[in-house]
Design a protein around this ligand. Structure first.
Ligand code: MG
Length: 455
């Protein structure tokens, strides 16, 4: 077995450029390890639309069936759809073949626990241990798994959203919202037409076909949404929608063709949920403080976790949160399931527009405004980023700091969050303030301090 190289390995899976790091051999080995740890039983396998998805899929199928797991193939589907299929009691686990917002030459395996959440640190470590030891228990010839396909996962996802009590479907349908959605030729094309149909929207699409040859950088950040902004103006639409290739991140564009930034997605959805059913909100340490402002308006608390969907999802489930998510457009609505889900996110946003009875640009203008500035420090390959961050926090003992994830410096209307990456020799520096220059200045100050410490 060749070495595992040119790969980003984390507790929730393995990611790499196809041909350089992510080979069929790697996918096979992870699937065997996963199947041994979570099988025997039926494992749901879904993928986004990447051109390499088919190749990786067959390696995953071979790995799972070789260790006695049955494969339930749901084809091209969003990550949240695979999560919801996995949590069904007849399924023992799930694997999603997707590199999320990474560009088209990447692919990855995201590994799910039987409850439909990503693997936690312990489960992930156990899979990695088996990958590294290459000790697999293969099934005998007559115990090798079977492959079946399930075509209903997307329909069931839509049906579950349709049944949510928080939505007033007749009212949404009556508005006949005119939307433009950019699917970036990812998995969104398999579900958004049915969603808009169910919600009575008049929908126009950009890059709808899920063929995986992404026409632009697929991350739904403002810099990549120029065509969508133009299309909204051309169609005089009420709202623009962008999702990443596996449909767990949602970004909105106003009726004026202005991108509203991913932090706003979660804030707007949170505002709706808290107005209807107040409760705790769970977000990660780097998510905007606009959520704290909103929660305070409704007399609710915000609980912050380490960065990473699994941390947010587990905490939200543990404390029965009303709402959860990540500031990068990752809406987690606990009333549906504990995974980032752009599809339910869209439904919540439309419900909010119904209640506000105002254009989305006006809703946006009525929210508190902050600017987040993201930067990073690249360290030499053998540097210990975690110990540098620890030294930084030790030097600031008397300050108002939060040690949930790395170190976060808290000020009255701003913050700086500094944490070491788990997959690369990088320290991330994220600052939020009332305006861009203040955020940038805060980040610069700490970047300099870290650089001095590293000398
Ligand atoms: Mg994604």
């Amino acid at each position: 077995m060749s070495e595992l190289k040119n790969l980003m390995i984390s507790v929730s899976g393995v990611r790499g450029i196809v041909g350089e790091g992510l080979t069929p051999e790697v996918a096979l080995r992870f699937a065997q390890a996963y199947g041994n740890n979570f099988g025997p039983g039926k494992i749901v396998v879904g993928r986004d639309s990447r051109v390499t998805g088919e190749m990786v899929k067959y390696a995953v199928w071979a790995g799972l069936t070789s260790v006695g797991c049955d494969v339930v193939d749901i084809g091209i589907a969003p990550t949240p759809t695979v999560e919801m299929a996995t949590e069904r009691p007849e399924h023992a686990g799930g694997i999603i073949i997707t590199a999320s917002h990474n560009s088209k030459e990447w692919n990855a395996l995201k590994l799910l626990a039987p409850d439909g959440l990503f693997l936690d640190a312990e489960q992930g470590a156990a899979v990695l241990e088996r990958v590294n030891s290459a000790e697999f228990n293969f099934a005998a010839w007559d115990k090798v798994g079977k492959i079946s396909s399930c075509t209903l996962a997307i329909e069931k996802h839509i049906e579950a959203i349709k049944n949510l009590k928080i939505l007033d479907l007749p009212a949404i349908r009556e508005r006949r919202f005119k939307v433009v959605a950019d699917c970036c030729n990812g998995a969104g094309g398999t579900i958004l037409p049915q969603l808009f149909d169910m919600l009575g929207c008049k929908a126009e699409f950009l890059n709808l076909e899920p063929h995986g040859r992404f026409p632009r950088n697929p991350e739904p950040v403002p810099a990549n949404l120029g065509a969508l902004c133009q299309a909204i103006r051309n169609y005089s639409a009420d709202l623009g929608i962008a999702v990443d290739p596996d449909v767990d991140r949602l970004a909105l564009v106003s009726e004026l063709g202005v991108p509203l930034g991913e932090e706003f997605t979660l804030a707007m959805a949170t505002d709706l949920v808290l107005a209807k059913s107040p409760g705790d909100v769970v977000v990660n340490a780097s998510t905007s403080r606009v959520n704290d402002d909103l929660a305070a308006q409704y007399g609710c608390k915000v609980i912050r976790t380490k960065v990473g969907e699994i941390h947010v999802a587990k905490k939200a489930r543990e404390i029965h949160a009303a709402m959860a998510g990540e500031g990068n457009g990752g809406v987690i609505y606990p009333g549906l399931h504990f995974g980032r889900d752009a599809i339910v996110g869209i439904a919540l946003i439309l419900q909010s527009l119904v209640e506000k009875a105002a254009p989305i640009s006006a809703v946006f203008a009525g929210f508190p405004h902050y600017t987040i500035f993201k930067d990073k420090i690249e360290l030499p390959f053998d540097a210990d980023a975690h110990s540098l961050v620890a030294r930084l926090s030790a030097a600031h003992q008397g300050d108002r700091i939060d040690l949930t994830d790395g170190v976060k410096f808290l000020y009255d209307r701003s913050w700086v969050h500094i944490r070491a990456s788990n997959t690369e020799p990088i320290i991330r520096v994220i600052a939020e303030a009332m305006d861009a220059s203040e955020a940038q200045e805060l980040a610069q100050t700490f970047k300099k301090e870290i650089s001095d410490l590293a000398l």
